[in-house]
Write a protein that binds this ligand. Structure first.
Ligand code: SAM
Length: 233
C-alpha cells in the first residue's frame, strides 16, 4: 500500500469505528464510551524462580553477548518458547547454537514440559560461551551441546524429536531437513529461521511447501522470517 492510500483508509476506519459507537449507543441508550487504550506489547513475566533465573541470563546475553552472535531477536525467542511448550515438546533439536540465546528461550518451555534440548554448534568459542550460559541459567542438565559440523553429527541422533529449530548455514537446511524429518514425530514441528527472500535457500522452501505430508506457514515475514512446518499426523 502506498502512503497516499493510507490516509483514506485511516479515515474510513475512523468513520466505521465512530459509526459502530453511535449504533451501540443507539441500542443501549448509553453515551458512547471511549475504548481503553492498550499497547500490543508483551513480555515474558516470570512466575517462578527457575523462569526468573533463565530470563536474567537471557537479558544478560542480549545486552552483552549479542555482538557477532547472530542470535534471534527476543520476539522470535518467545515464539520458539510458545511453540515448544504448546506441543508439550519432550525433545527439541536445534542446529546452530551460537552462544545459546535461542536455546535458552526454548529451555523456558522444556523446564515445564519435562523435556530436553540437543543443540549443535560448529564454532568452539561460541559453544564454550553457550555452555557457560546454560550453566548460569541452571539448565545444563536438560541441554546437550554437540560440537562439530552438524551435517555429520546429527546423523548420530536416533531418538524421536518433537521440534527442530534450524538456524545454522542456510544452504544446509535442505540436508538437515532430509536427515531430521524421519525422526520428527507425527504432529511435530520443523521451525526454520531467516525465511526471507534474501536469506532462504529456495530448495528448502520448495521442500517444505510441496510435500503433501507437511503443512507450512510463514510468519514474521516483515522481520526475520520464520517457517513453521507441521509434520501431519
Ligand atoms: C545464526 S547463528 C545461531 C543463533 C542462535 N540460534 C541464537 O539465536 O542464539 C548460526 C550458528 O550456526 C553455526 N553453524 C554454522 N554452520 C554450522 C554447521 N555446519 N554445524 C553446526 N553449526 C553451524 C554458526 O557457527 C553459528 O554460531
Amino acid at each position: 500500500m502506498n502512503h497516499r492510500a493510507i490516509v483514506p483508509v485511516q479515515l474510513a476506519l475512523t468513520l466505521a469505528f465512530a459509526t459502530s459507537l453511535r449504533s451501540e449507543a443507539q441500542t443501549t441508550g448509553a453515551p458512547p464510551q471511549p475504548r481503553p487504550r492498550v499497547t500490543f506489547e508483551a513480555q515474558t513475566l516470570p512466575d517462578n524462580p527457575t523462569e526468573e533465573r533463565i530470563l536474567a541470563v537471557l537479558d544478560d546475553v542480549f545486552r552483552n553477548q549479542r555482538r557477532g552472535s547472530m542470535s534471534v531477536p527476543p520476539e522470535d525467542g518467545r515464539i520458539l518458547r510458545v511453540l515448544a511448550e504448546s506441543i508439550g515438546a519432550k525433545h527439541v533439536v536445534e542446529v546452530g547454537t551460537s552462544v545459546g540465546y535461542s536455546a535458552l528461550w526454548m529451555t523456558l518451555a522444556l523446564v515445564r514440559t519435562g523435556g530436553r534440548l540437543t543443540t549443535y554448534e560448529i564454532d568452539p568459542g561460541r559453544a564454550a560461551r553457550a555452555r557457560e550460559n546454560f550453566a548460569r541459567a541452571g539448565v545444563s542438565n536438560i541441554v546437550t551441546l554437540v560440537e562439530g559440523d552438524a551435517h555429520q553429527t546429527i546423523t548420530q541422533l536416533k531418538e524421536p524429536v518433537d521440534m527442530v529449530f534450524l538456524d545454522a548455514d542456510k544452504e544446509g537446511y535442505i540436508d538437515y531437513l532430509q536427515k531430521l524429518l524421519p525422526l520428527v514425530r507425527p504432529g511435530g514441528l520443523i521451525v526454520a529461521h531467516n525465511m526471507t527472500e534474501r536469506m532462504a535457500d529456495p530448495r528448502y522452501v520448495t521442500a517444505i511447501t510441496t510435500n503433501p505430508a507437511l503443512e507450512t506457514i510463514f510468519i514474521n515475514m516483515t522481520g526475520s522470517g520464520i517457517g513453521i512446518t507441521l509434520k501431519k499426523r
